[in-house]
Design a protein around this ligand. Structure first.
Ligand SMILES: Cc1cc2nc3c(=O)[nH]c(=O)nc-3n(C[C@H](O)[C@H](O)[C@H](O)COP(=O)(O)OP(=O)(O)OC[C@H]3O[C@@H](n4cnc5c(N)ncnc54)[C@H](O)[C@@H]3O)c2cc1C
Length: 575
């Protein structure tokens, strides 16, 4: 099923309208539509362009939350880690983590070990239904020598060894989010990107006071400037870090606040030039700060920071101070025998904002990652709910909880619903539920041998699209020139057919939609003018862009990307 950006759909009444197409809103939409509810999800930007595409790329329990006794969050996350791995074996992958322990480590080595064991115990069902290549082994202790053999750049001074345990990679969070959105569309949801909720529709004038009932939304098509009204029985505000700003339009206090915490990652050349390192390293420096260093697509992916911000989410960028904090923390754990990482090693930054539940007694690092569903009825606004907090990993569980609550409410209670169990459902494009990916990938390489695509490209397509990669191959079969790579760089594997598919089947509207969230080229470091132009020329006829509009789009996109980089480079090297 295609994701069709058809605003004519707004004339029909919906049962559930979801504001926000991040992982939370997508899961709410999937759960609602899966139960047969007429469901609409709108996002003011692109699906997943907010926090959900700026994560640490992990589907995990969050071992460090044990330090703040978040046992409930960790258990729920470990349960969901398994559900996601079974649902989308093409986009998730088990990954070994090393947690090094030095004599000076805090918490001390024995306590780290106890934490790893507790983490494993909380994931007691981790291998239930798990196919062979996804099974998670028991954790182990690696001697100092074995640790250094696995990660040669670690500071050997006072190093005792490392605990090895497994978590799961969310290889391309943008694509997995899209797969879940497509799953929602497959079961009937309408999904519209670049459509902003700008106000609510009420049964009567809210300025008069007293209880009001939300009956829908006023929305703005950000591509055309047109405004529409759309009716719905229940509205769910899943705007993540924008959650309180959506409520601001109500003109009355809802008593709900978001603690915005900025999280930055760096994409760099492999740490200390050690491209062969396969493990993710959870490196905690003497300062107490930690960074997670993951090998990713031939690069290192390092972060995150965790700092409270007061700025509106749209204004938040990675700054020089964020970059310095990450590099400083990492460099404290690098051996004197290896080069330290510098700004020159950085290829890109990502920034996301955690929409944390407000807890005045804690800073953002120690604030709980739990989620909260707020019913605004006690504040005098009926049929409106907001979601705060949460993790990418727990998005499905949050979707279930939200829809089950809505179904018990006066807004939806009388509606007939059908059975839907997302615990055992595949994500759109998954070749099977709970099966090893290797035989599937082997078959992909052998199929349709006459197409002008090498094995690496075929595997790349199968990884990103699962079974939908066949549709990309269909495009290439019809028009072999669509097999051309977008980039001249050998490590950038995206091909022209993906751009066509992104526009025709995945509702990509802008250059950034395509570069950053349909293809992966935009997530691999700086995108050069030729690459942007090639994508623009493929999009132009499909989007109806004139020559001038295409040129303007290219310049705007290059300008936007350059501005992001100038900001974190600061004034010394940004010119
Ligand atoms: C640095 C960092 C690393 C993280 N790493 C991980 C990790 O590895 N694993 C994990 O499980 N979790 C991780 N998290 C947490 C996780 O990413 C978030 O909890 C999750 O993505 C939040 O999703 P969301 O849908 O609530 O918000 P978002 O993804 O921000 O989505 C909200 C959406 O609402 C839209 N919106 C806002 N206002 C409007 C409006 N008026 N009308 C229409 N749409 C609107 C926005 O455009 C946006 O797309 C990380 C978070 C950060 C910041």
């Amino acid at each position: 099923m295609r994701i069709e950006r058809d605003l004519a759909q707004l004339t029909q009444p919906f049962d559930v309208i979801v504001v926000g197409g991040g992982i939370t809103g997508v899961n709410v939409a999937r759960e609602a539509a899966g139960r047969g509810l007429r469901t609409l999800v709108v996002d003011k930007g692109d699906f997943g362009h907010g926090t959900s595409s700026a994560t640490s790329k992990l589907i995990h329990g969050g071992i460090r939350y044990l330090e703040t006794y978040e046992f409930g969050v960790v258990r729920e996350s470990l349960r969901e880690r398994r559900v996601l791995a079974l649902a989308a074996p093409h986009l998730v992958q088990q990954q070994r983590f090393l947690m090094p322990a030095w004599r000076w480590s805090k918490p001390p080595t024995a306590l780290i070990g106890a934490g790893v064991l507790l983490y494993t115990a909380l994931g007691f069902d981790r291998n239930r239904h798990m196919p062979a290549d996804m099974r998670i082994p028991m954790p182990s202790w690696l001697s100092r020598d074995k640790t250094l053999a696995a990660v040669p750049w670690l500071d050997p001074d006072q190093l005792q060894g490392a605990y090895a345990y497994h978590d799961t990679f969310n290889l391309h969070p943008e694509r997995l989010l899209l797969a879940f959105l497509q799953s929602a569309v497959d079961v009937g949801a309408v999904a519209l990107n670049h459509v902003e909720a700008v106000g609510f529709l009420f049964d009567r004038d809210p300025a008069v006071g007293g209880d009001v009932t939300v009956q829908g939304l006023q929305v703005l098509d950000r591509l055309t400037g047109e405004r529409h009204q759309v009716r719905g029985r229940a509205v769910v505000n899943a705007a993540g870090p924008w959650m309180d700003l959506v409520l601001r339009d109500l003109g009355r206090s809802m008593g709900v606040k978001v603690n915005r915490s900025k999280g930055v990652h760096l994409l760099t050349k492999p740490v200390a030039g050690q491209a062969q390192v396969r493990d993710t390293v959870f490196a905690r420096a003497r300062s107490g700060h930690h960074v997670i260093v993951s090998p990713w697509q031939g690069h290192s992916f390092i972060g995150p920071t965790d700092t409270h911000v007061d700025d509106a989410p749209d204004a938040v960028r990675a700054d020089r101070s964020d970059v310095e904090l990450i590099l400083g923390t990492l460099n404290d754990t690098i051996s004197a025998g290896y080069p330290k990482m510098t700004e020159e090693d950085i290829e890109a930054t990502t920034v996301g904002i955690r929409p944390l539940i407000v807890d005045e007694s804690k800073d953002s690092y120690t604030t709980s990652r739990r989620h909260e569903l707020y019913d605004h009825a006690p504040s005098g606004v009926q049929h409106l709910w907001s979601i705060g907090g949460g993790k990418w990993t727990t998005g499905r569980a949050l979707g279930v909880e939200t829809v089950e609550t809505l179904l018990k409410s006066a807004a939806l209670r009388d509606l007939p619903v059908r059975e839907f169990d997302s615990r055992r459902a595949t994500a759109h494009g998954a070749f099977a539920w709970a099966e090893d990916a290797r035989p599937y990938f082997d078959a992909v390489v052998r199929s349709r041998p006459t197409l002008p695509l090498d094995d690496v490209t075929r595997l790349h397509l199968a990884r990103l699209y699962g079974t939908d990669h066949e549709r990309i191959l269909d495009l290439v079969e019809r028009e072999p020139s669509l097999a051309a790579r977008i980039s001249d760089r050998p490590d950038r594997l995206d091909i022209a057919a993906q751009v066509v598919f992104a526009v025709t089947d995945e509702a990509a509207c802008t250059l950034s939609d395509v570069l950053d969230r349909r293809l992966v080229i935009g997530t691999l470091g700086r995108v050069d003018r030729t690459e942007v132009e090639r994508v623009a020329l493929l999009m132009a006829p499909l989007r109806g862009w004139s020559v001038e509009a295409t040129t303007a789009a290219v310049e705007a996109e290059l300008g936007r990307r350059a501005a992001v980089e100038l900001r974190w480079r600061g004034t010394t090297t940004g010119a």
